[in-house]
Ligand binder design. Structure first.
Ligand SMILES: Nc1nc2c(ncn2[C@@H]2O[C@H](COP(=O)(O)OP(=O)(O)OP(=O)(O)O)[C@@H](O)[C@H]2O)c(=O)[nH]1
Ligand SMILES: [Mg+2]
Length: 639
């Protein structure tokens, strides 16, 4: 703080502009700096902004970040979804010593060659070390940026995957239109009175669930979303039109967080069902025109307001798919094939591991019931340490009510695979492992696997899997599929409806939106703020600077149009009425001190007489090269 303020010591220490003093009460007056938002103002303001780190005032040139893993994707080390064998040595499953290789060359043989336990331990230890190192780097640098996704594992993920389920976007509501100062001039209508209309409100940015989407990939192309500003008011009592809201479509299951908020912090909202909406950046209110300022005592007001600035925020979006059933299993087990058979989805199917990089959704219609299946990428032993694609994508199964565990019958050790996956589930999230599951022993059309079926069934029973939750299927031929889906449906029917919980959560959210205690949304306009609620901080070490902070007072300062003397005068009066002036005096403010309110900077003066205020305003307008509008209209200014 000291350092940042010291940076503006030079400009602030410059000679104060000429001022008149006269006996009277106190007041702040707007300097040209205030009107033009000079370098000085922005420096001091920025210094202040530095303190208020919680505010969503990130510079708009902030680079957008899309990430899933803990590491930034730098493009050099691009991941290749290579076919092991065909891609030579460059398989992503290879470790440096080449010990971990999922061979796929062998057409008829089993697809996986597992490493010895010692080799595996060594590989895992190396990965752990790499991960720890990566985390250490992250905390040295921009801790907030990295922290949210530090659990991403040591592997570099393909950009496709990383962009699929997290995104960072910038939203900004439209600014309000400015009000107009106009007077009715018409033949035979002497003193027609004020007729300047209000500016229109700015549009808001709204997130809305679109059920046809299933990824956040679109936010790779567009990161910034700005709603339309309000149209300025015009003469002849014409109010400006409001800006249109900008509706940003997100997939069901999107979680909205403040930028940099940790995964364990409560999100701003979860958008689950089609049509769910969340306003994330409110548009600014339109400024009032002079018609609105007409009173019995001042029938010809010559002032109008600027529109309020629209709110802006950076948001982190995270997607957790909403599906009834999650299909899990080792790579190449036939998960995508299963999805393609039970639903109309057409996922990519191929005989190499990690064909699926991004979860697929499919809707299954059987017996007039619909069930949504999600097919996620294959899991490997050690996924928690980043082996294969890691296990971060398992989050998409967290909202599933049931898991279908596909076991590859052609694997050399189906039971070993089964146990490894169970362990990975447990490591990822014990709640996920506790979800009801159905085991589908796949590829029964291959003689090899049908021979082992009885054996596997017994072993599964030994593991405590109930007999009626184990099915032998052949996804390719369709054998056993109907029974499987019926069993899934029957089991789902016995489970409590998760929608109830979701509905309750949504209700609570609505209550927040309406209720007295609004959720701390970055984009929401703080309409409850009172002008008398402010805090004052002082920095008197170098040039004397006072910072007055308060949502309402800052908004008021921003909306004051300094080109009208009446507006400047109104500002002074409000400061006095709100107690800002008295509070500053109590703290020992002196003439010539700088007072910062929001983005504006003022010079303090204890002269509060009408003449003094007008003189100062006029000389500053002249100094700024702007001829004051209506400066000849002040017969009451006696000087
Ligand atoms: N013979 C036989 N082959 C099958 C069966 N089901 C799937 N396959 C084959 O197994 C291979 C892998 O199938 P996928 O559905 O892509 O496997 P996956 O589990 O989605 O694999 P990843 O997406 O890589 O994790 C493909 O070549 C399929 O044709 C089956 O029931 N019988
Ligand atoms: Mg697949």
């Amino acid at each position: 703080m000291q350092a940042s303020l010291a940076a503006c010591a030079g400009p602030l220490a410059g000679p104060p502009p000429a001022r008149r003093t006269a006996a009277g009460s106190s007041g702040l007056h707007a300097t040209p700096a205030a009107v033009q938002h000079s370098q000085r103002a922005s420096q001091a303001t920025r210094a202040m902004r530095g303190r208020r780190t919680q505010q969503a005032t990130a510079p708009p040139d902030d680079p957008p970040q899309l990430s899933l893993g803990s590491e930034a994707f730098d493009g050099e080390d691009e991941w290749q979804p290579g076919i092991p064998g065909s891609a030579g040595e460059a398989s992503f499953l290879d470790f440096d010593d080449g010990s971990f290789d999922l061979g796929g060359e062998d057409e008829d043989g089993p697809a996986a060659t597992w490493v010895t336990p010692e080799q595996e331990q060594a590989a895992l230890a190396a990965l752990d070390a790499a991960e720890a190192a990566a985390r250490g780097d992250g905390s040295d640098g921009e801790g907030g940026e990295e922290g949210a996704s530090a659990a991403g594992g040591g592997k570099r993920l393909p950009a496709e995957v990383r962009c699929f389920d997290t995104a960072r976007i910038y939203v900004k509501g439209g600014d309000g239109g400015r009000g107009c100062v106009a007077f009715r001039r018409e033949k035979f209508v002497p003193r027609g009175g004020p007729s300047g209309g209000n500016g229109g409100n700015g549009g808001s940015v709204v997130l809305e669930v679109d059920p046809s989407l299933n990824s956040l990939m679109a936010f790779r192309r567009q990161v910034h979303f700005r709603a339309d500003p309000g149209v300025p008011g015009q003469g002849s009592d014409m109010h400006g039109a409001a800006g249109r809201d900008l509706v940003v479509k997100v997939p069901p299951g999107t979680i909205v967080r403040q930028r940099g908020a940790g995964e364990d912090e409560a999100p701003l909202a979860e958008l689950l069902r089609p049509g769910d909406r969340l306003m994330v950046a409110a548009g600014g209110r339109g400024g009032r025109g002079n018609l609105a300022f007409k009173t019995a005592r001042n029938t010809a007001p010559a002032l109008a307001e600027f529109g309020e600035k629209g709110h802006e925020a950076w948001l982190d979006l995270e997607l957790k798919l909403v599906a009834d059933v999650g299909i899990i299993g080792v790579p190449n087990a036939g998960k995508s094939t299963l999805l393609s058979v039970v639903s109309a989805a057409k996922p990519k199917i191929a005989s190499y591991p990690f064909t699926t990089l991004v979860p697929n959704l499919g809707v299954c219609n059987l017996d007039y019931r619909t069930t949504v299946f999600a097919d996620v990428p294959g899991l490997l032993e050690g996924a928690h340490a980043g082996v294969g694609l890691g296990h971060q994508f398992l989050r998409h199964c967290q909202r599933c009510r049931l898991l279908v565990h596909v076991v590859d019958g052609t694997s050399p050790d189906p039971m070993g695979d089964y146990r490894a996956i169970r362990q990975e589930l447990e490591l990822f999230n014990p709640e996920l492992a506790a979800k009801p599951q159905i085991v589908a022993y796949n590829k029964m059309d291959v003689p090899d696997s049908s021979d082992y079926w009885e054996d596997v069934r017994e072993q599964l029973a030994g593991e405590g899997v109930p007999q009626d939750a184990v099915f032998a299927i052949s996804a390719v031929s369709g054998r056993g599929m109907t029974e499987l889906v019926r069993a899934v449906r029957a089991l789902l029917d016995t489970l409590p409806e998760e929608e109830e919980a979701a509905a309750e959560a949504a209700e609570g959210e609505e209550r927040d939106q309406r209720g007295a205690a609004p959720a701390p949304l970055p984009g929401r306009r703080d309409t409850a703020a009172k002008i008398g609620e402010f805090t004052i901080e002082a920095d008197l070490a170098g040039p004397r600077v006072w910072f007055v902070q308060g949502a309402a007072i800052e908004r008021f300062a921003q909306m004051t149009d300094w080109s009208y003397y009446e507006a400047a005068r109104r500002f002074q009066r409000v400061l006095v009425a709100a107690g800002v002036d008295a509070a500053l005096k109590a703290r020992g403010v002196m003439d010539g001190d700088t007072v910062v309110i929001g983005d504006l900077e003022f010079e303090y003066s204890s002269d509060h007489s009408e003449a003094g205020m007008y003189e100062r305003w006029y000389s500053e307008r002249r100094a700024a090269g702007v001829v004051g509008k209506g400066q000849a209209r002040w017969p009451h200014v006696t000087g």
